[in-house]
Design a protein around this ligand. Structure first.
Ligand SMILES: Nc1ncnc2c1ncn2[C@@H]1O[C@H](COP(=O)(O)OP(=O)(O)OP(=O)(O)O)[C@@H](O)[C@H]1O
Length: 612
């Protein structure tokens, strides 16, 4: 029972084999692994138990060749007949006992080590996700799309493999290889020493060819990953791809990537074939060498046949141990890379934090929202997105924000919701500044319906209830759906249990908006922020959405980014923005009479409507 077969049956099963996981970059040193220490410390009891079983199991496995050797020599002794048989029986009983002990201890070690790996992975995943959810959109826009999810899944899997398998395998192999080397030298230092010098020589081709294989794999894999991302984007937008007749172009670019992967694969398998050749010759040649030198030593009587048996078995332990260490090393470095990336996220501090002591909010809030000389620029923006922006929205007022694209309308919403904080000025509700309040408490003042009515895969119930802070009754959900003019179509689709498809795709644009409105209404917040969809709705849908908006606005302060004249006309006040500043405000009629930017925008809308 060698280390190799032992590890194949137990631990390697746990090794991360997924391509996405294998392609995660490695670290240059093992230093980042230290970042896992707090997680290890949390479960130190499990680690200690695993460590005890690891040491004892390795010792039992090292005892086996020794007992074998003793058994062989006992058979060679002068004794004969019944005495000889009894000695042989006794020794083989010892070997059997050591083998059983090793089996039991290895099983226990496997259980505790793997359990530890799973435990830490679960803790780490939970912590990472919680941190990702707490970080502001600023962080999320700085990280490549998909990368955050890869850190949550692939990187944590790598760490899990490391803690639950590779780390134990590496320390066990290190322990048993060192033990085997010592035992080789103790058994016969001349032969042991010679073999020891030969092992690194035998490892050389494995290391060199291994490097070639890895180089070929990583290039091909990154090409495949790119092609995969392309394919997933194309399949996600399959309607667009087919409508534009882009199937052939997409197919060809994927085929080119697939062929490149094939060529790299060919290089890899050729190198691997040479590796098999080299390893077989080295292993068999080594064995023949030991037997040859050993046979001569036995003939010269400098060694007993039992010692030769021991030597062969220990040499096998040491040889396979070196091979295993080389292989595990890659996994260790990959895990170090993964913990580096995971800790990068864990170390991040959310830039929008709760103050030490949150100021109290007026209860109930009147919904009096004030922007006081607010100035804000995005990290990547050259120009400020908002300049000296001041707006006082009275409780219950309905204000429409209008202005050309890029004027800063959505930015006003983002700041109100504290997804970003302004660089200058203040935002207040009922006279209390946003910065003095816990962001979660502050956000509870707002109900928000975005332009791209983001819905989640699931039922209408889940999507509408998303707006509520605590559990919410079906009655309330239905009431919100009715107010948002969403109930009539939902009822036909099966009510609250209606499945709305992946990201709500089985609904029409107008229906999605009304579900998003229902979601905002369930929140019963004093201020409603509504980003009206720009896409054209048919007149019936538009009528229903408008009716829903009017109902929603009743009794609460409402700020709408408005694109439709019907919404704008309904507003108590229209605020016209351009280049991050308010340029005009007033009622529709007053602004038209003023003949400024609004009058031009309104004229274009009328012309467009007349043309329809
Ligand atoms: N995440 C971001 N990072 C950097 N710049 C941004 C970001 N979001 C918006 N901007 C920039 O800030 C400015 C204001 O954008 P904003 O989205 O508020 O305009 P908007 O009036 O809502 O436009 P639209 O009507 O087209 O939605 C624009 O110049 C835009 O390019």
């Amino acid at each position: 029972m060698s280390e190799t077969s032992d590890s194949v049956t137990e631990d390697r099963r746990e090794t991360a084999s997924d391509d996405a996981i294998k392609n995660r970059p490695k670290a240059r040193s093992i230093k980042p692994l230290a970042l896992l220490w707090p997680y290890v410390k949390r479960h130190i009891g499990l680690v200690l138990i695993a460590l005890v079983f690891l040491v004892v199991a390795t010792m039992a496995s090292l005892a086996i060749p020794f007992l074998f050797g003793e058994a062989v020599d006992a058979g060679q002794g002068g004794a004969s007949g019944a005495e000889l048989l009894a000695t042989i029986d006794r020794y083989f009983l010892y070997v059997l006992a050591a083998a059983v002990a090793m089996g039991v201890l290895s099983a226990l070690r496997f259980y505790f080590v793997s359990r530890f790996g799973e435990r830490v992975a679960a803790d780490l995943r939970t912590d990472l996700y919680a941190k990702l959810l707490s970080l502001s959109p600023r962080f999320h826009s700085s990280i490549r799309s998909g990368e955050a999810v890869s850190r949550l899944t692939a990187d944590v899997s790598l760490i899990e493999t490391f803690l639950g398998s590779s780390a134990s395998l590496a320390s066990r192999t290190l322990l048993s290889t060192t033990g085997a080397i010592i035992m080789m030298l103790v058994t016969n230092w001349q032969l042991g020493g010679t073999l020891l010098l030969m092992i690194p020589l035998a490892m050389l081709p494995v290391l060199v060819i291994g490097r070639i294989i890895r180089g070929a794999s990583s290039k091909a894999q990154s090409r495949l990953a790119e092609a995969g991302a392309d394919a997933s984007e194309a399949l996600d937008a399959i309607e667009l791809v087919q409508a534009y007749g882009q199937e052939e172009r997409r197919r060809l670019s994927f085929t080119a990537a697939a062929e490149a992967v094939f060529k790299a694969g060919l290089k890899r398998i050729t190198a691997r074939a040479f590796m098999i050749l080299a390893v077989s010759i080295m292993l068999l040649g080594g064995m023949v060498g030991i037997l040859w030198l050993g046979a001569r030593a036995v003939a010269n009587e400098t060694m007993t046949p039992g010692e030769l048996t021991q030597m062969i078995l220990y040499a096998f332990y040491a040889g396979s141990g070196f091979g295993m260490l080389a292989e595990v090393w890659g996994e260790v470095m990959r895990a170090a890379g993964a913990s580096d990336r995971a800790s990068e996220i864990l170390k991040e501090t959310p830039d929008i934090r709760a103050p030490e002591q949150s100021a109290p909010l007026a209860s109930p809030s009147t919904g009096h929202l004030v922007f006081d000389q607010v100035g804000f620029a995005y990290d990547t923006g050259d120009l400020p997105a908002l300049k000296d922006f001041s707006l006082d929205i009275e409780p219950g007022e309905f204000v429409a924000l209008v202005g050309p694209s890029g004027a800063g309308k959505s930015t006003v919403f983002r700041l109100a919701l504290r997804l970003f904080d302004p660089q200058s000025g203040r935002i207040l509700v009922d006279g209390v500044a946003a910065a003095s309040i816990d962001p979660a408490l502050w956000r509870s003042l707002f109900a928000y319906a975005p332009q791209e009515s983001a819905l989640f895969t699931g039922t209408a119930r889940e999507n509408i209830a998303f707006g509520s802070v605590g559990p919410v009754s079906d009655e309330k959900l239905v009431k919100a759906a009715k107010m948002a003019e969403a109930w009539s179509f939902l009822e036909e689709k099966g009510g609250l249990d209606a499945h709305i498809g992946q990201k709500g795709r089985s609904l029409s644009g107008g229906q999605r908006q009304r579900i998003a409105l229902a979601r905002a209404l369930v929140r019963e917040a004093p201020i409603l922020l509504l980003d009206e969809a720009t896409s054209a709705l048919d007149s019936e849908s538009e009528r229903l959405v408008q009716k829903a908006i009017s109902t929603a606005a009743e009794g609460r302060t409402t700020l709408v980014i408005a694109h439709r004249l019907s919404t704008i006309r309904r507003a108590d006040r229209i605020v016209v923005m351009d280049k991050g500043a308010i340029v005009e405000q007033g009622t529709h009629d007053a602004l038209v009479a003023q003949g400024g930017l609004y009058a031009r925008l309104a004229e274009m809308q009328f012309a467009a409507q007349a043309a329809e």
